[in-house]
Design a protein around this ligand. Structure first.
Ligand code: A2P
Ligand code: MG
Ligand code: MG
Ligand code: MG
Length: 337
């Protein structure tokens, strides 16, 4: 890891302000070590179990939709970015499961989607399909005996994600599909769920349904359809673990120990519209990195980084783009461990 130019990713739950640091190099930030010491005695086991279950079930829903993507499953949001039945369905499933699994805890969720567009007349068909998908997904987890959720229940579950967060208490942070463009292309995407406690990320789960279980070193290997589907999770102070999404035994993973940029490879967005490829190429060259960029959609990059597939993540959003906490919270803790 190129430690001399490490930047600490800072999440500000008070204002949901942008993460205004375009350059992200990771090792273990000093600030996080302090948090780790303070939190090490605090157990988040129940929250972690619920988060893993929620992300894995949401991943099932997304896989099903990706396999049979219909044009009617996609809408354009007010900002012209795409949103699909899977984004909404994933958010409803995660929100529903977290509330159900952790009934004794106060519930606050800061999530990307909301129901506004779905409540419009022209979205009736889409809402019906989302409701079916959510009910099928919950039933597949043995919740068949429960009453199916109504369309209104689904809208309410989606809107549970409207919390504003804040520096006190616990807040879940969710990107129900991170990398929707990758999802639509049939490539990488992630379900990214994190927990903030007193303003710090203390737990994170990243489900990456299309990420190979073996290391990715070049884009070519990303096309493999065999042995894909990773679930990364980290709980402050205990390191990061990976298991397959179908539930295999988990293994502890470690970031790259490389100190030599000549041996390092770097990740960046697949989408040039999300990050300036020319600039990252230039910086990588100046650092002495020899390998070509590995371009992957979504926070799957953080998952790959957490197990040492590459050593560096470069991201230079175009002017005016505001990063959101759900785009980095889970990925951050998975890398920081
Ligand atoms: N113009 C943009 N610049 C940077 N990131 C963007 C832009 N539009 C959307 N994103 C977000 O970038 C992330 C994935 O990008 P990448 O694959 O480049 O890492 C997602 O969080 C995506 O949101 P979304 O969650 O809606 O997919
Ligand atoms: Mg989006
Ligand atoms: Mg996102
Ligand atoms: Mg998203």
């Amino acid at each position: 890891m190129v430690a001399s130019i490490v930047r600490t990713l800072q999440l500000n739950p008070t204002t949901l302000s942008p993460i205004s640091r375009p350059l992200l190099f990771f090792s273990i930030p000093l600030q996080l070590r302090a948090v780790r010491r303070a939190s090490v005695s605090m157990s988040y086991n129940r929250q972690l179990a619920a988060a893993k279950k929620a992300a894995a079930l949401a991943a099932c829903l997304c896989q099903k939709v990706q396999k049979a993507l219909l044009q009617s499953d996609v809408q354009s949001k007010y900002d012209k970015t795409p949103v699909t039945v899977a984004d909404y369905g994933s958010q409803a499933v995660v929100s529903y499961i977290l509330e159900k699994e952790l009934p004794s805890m106060s519930f606050s969720l800061v999530a990307e989607e909301d129901s506004e567009d779905l409540r419009k007349e022209e979205a009736q068909g889409m809402l019906k399909r989302i409701t079916e998908l959510v009910n099928e997904t919950l039933a597949s987890d043995g919740m068949a005996d429960m009453m199916p959720l109504s369309e209104e229940d689904v809208l309410v579950a989606i809107d549970s994600g409207k919390s504003e967060g804040g520096p006190h208490g616990q807040h879940w942070v969710l990107d129900p599909i991170d990398g929707t463009k990758g999802f639509l292309r049939g490539d990488q995407y992630a379900i990214a769920l994190a927990l903030l406690d007193e303003g710090k990320v203390v737990l994170g789960v990243l489900a990456c349904p299309n990420l190979p279980l073996a290391a990715v070193a070049s884009h070519n290997q990303l096309i493999s359809k065999d042995d894909v589907g990773c679930l990364f999770y980290a709980h402050v102070g205990t390191g990061t673990y990976m298991q397959s999404l179908d539930g295999s035994k988990s293994t502890k993973v470690h970031v790259s120990a490389t100190e030599n940029p000549e041996e390092a490879s770097f990740f960046e967005s697949f989408e040039a519209a999300h990050s300036m490829h020319d600039l990252s190429g230039l910086i990588a060259k100046k650092l002495g990195v020899k390998a070509p960029p590995v371009r992957i959609d979504s926070q799957a990059k953080y998952g790959a980084l957490s197990r040492g597939d590459g050593a560096i993540y470069l991201r230079f959003p175009h002017k005016g783009y505001r990063e959101k906490i759900w785009d980095h919270a889970a990925g951050y803790i998975v890398v920081a461990g």
